[in-house]
Design a protein around this ligand. Structure first.
Ligand SMILES: NC(=O)c1ccc[n+]([C@@H]2O[C@H](COP(=O)([O-])OP(=O)(O)OC[C@H]3O[C@@H](n4cnc5c(N)ncnc54)[C@H](OP(=O)(O)O)[C@@H]3O)[C@@H](O)[C@H]2O)c1
Length: 319
């Protein structure tokens, strides 16, 4: 059975099965390279874009906006509120290309910067006033009249989330035509419990890969978007396979016979994890976007079954 190219997430939002995550967009150093990447996604049939106030230190929304302005009715856009680009670093936004290059070369320095950032991460407040202010800023940055989805971004158990006033805010923003739907985008189980409080039509955007499983909040017809399907699973899988000669041979043969890669299979797994979910891909390389679209179009469950059988036979993963 082949995959449907679009899914109806909510009565008001139908999106392409593959979405493009703009979390790493500003890692590309030039505007023309970023535009080429977005164009490559769109031309490959990916017409859902995921962004956030904080991506690219506050610059990614405007960058996406420049690209989608001429094709707004042909795409769906999700943005998020609740995590603002830190004031101290947003002033460095224009320098982020060189700064990221330096951090990429010195992992120890990158770790220290991240640890310092985490330590400063005080409990956050998610209330109607913050949500409204952030939504208006996002609308202005992207240069659009509406978002298809507005997410509560990364709320943790320790944060102060004003559920009742946020529900009221979302209904009002919908009536004003500023959002078409809303939901929760989260790394962990806090998102799952929150989305239930927001009602049946709230969209859950959650981390998933072949080594994890989707919790109960992702079931029962819940509109679902999956992210984080690749990077950490790929490095773990590659390590496991490399450590075992029999597994190395088996996966090399499989990938050669099928002209595929491990990354293809991880994407395929996510696409079949829930057939009515949108799956986000995120890369800085146009060829990888094109390939992801090709995987979604041409590979089917038979490929996935073969891959899972190889994982089981070689005991890389007990499924
Ligand atoms: N809490 C939240 O709401 C939240 C959190 C995290 C992410 N997100 C969203 O989800 C998106 C994806 O998340 P993610 O970046 O964590 O996860 P991901 O898709 O698992 O990983 C992306 C990374 O994988 C690499 N990659 C892509 N295609 C590849 C391929 N074919 N082979 C090898 N490596 C490949 C990319 O590097 P290259 O650039 O070198 O290709 C990139 O660094 C983000 O952009 C963002 O939109 C949301």
């Amino acid at each position: 059975m082949s995959l449907s190219p679009r899914v109806m997430l909510t009565p008001d939002v139908t999106a392409t099965r593959l979405g493009f995550g703009c979390g790493g967009l500003m890692r590309l150093g030039s505007r023309s390279a970023r535009e080429r990447l977005l164009a490559c996604a769109f031309e490959s049939g990916i017409a859902h874009f995921d962004v956030a106030r904080m991506y690219g230190l506050g610059q990614a929304e405007a960058e996406l906006g420049r690209f989608v302005r001429a094709r707004r009715s042909e795409v769906t856009i999700a943005t998020k509120f609740g995590i603002e680009p830190r004031r101290s670093v947003s002033s460095l936004a224009r320098l982020q290309g060189p700064v990221r290059t330096v951090l990429a070369r010195w992992p120890a320095l990158r770790g220290a910067v991240k640890r310092r950032g985490d330590a400063l991460d005080a409990p956050r407040q998610y209330d109607a006033r913050t949500a409204r202010r952030s939504l208006e800023a996002s609308l202005a940055q992207v240069g659009t009249e509406y978002f298809d989805i507005l997410f509560v971004h990364g709320a943790r158990h320790s944060d102060d989330v004003r559920v009742a006033e946020l529900c009221e805010f979302a209904e009002e923003a919908k009536r004003e035509g500023k959002i078409r739907s809303w939901g929760v985008s989260s790394e962990d189980t806090s998102g799952a419990s929150l989305v239930n409080a927001f009602g049946r039509e709230a969209v859950l955007q959650t981390r998933y890969d072949i080594f994890s499983s989707l919790g109960p909040a992702a079931g029962d017809g819940r509109p679902l978007i999956l992210f984080g399907i690749l990077a950490s699973a790929l490095s773990y899988l590659t390590g496991c396979i490399a450590a075992d000669q029999r597994a190395s041979k088996r996966f090399a043969e499989l990938c050669e016979a099928r002209a595929t890669s491990l990354a293809d299979y991880l994407l395929l797994d996510a696409l079949y994890a829930r057939e009515n979910a949108v799956v986000l891909v995120s890369t800085t390389q146009p060829a990888r976007v094109t390939r992801a679209a090709e995987v979604a179009r041409t590979m089917n469950r038979t490929y996935l079954d073969e891959f899972r059988a190889a994982l089981k036979d070689t005991r890389v993963l007990s499924l």
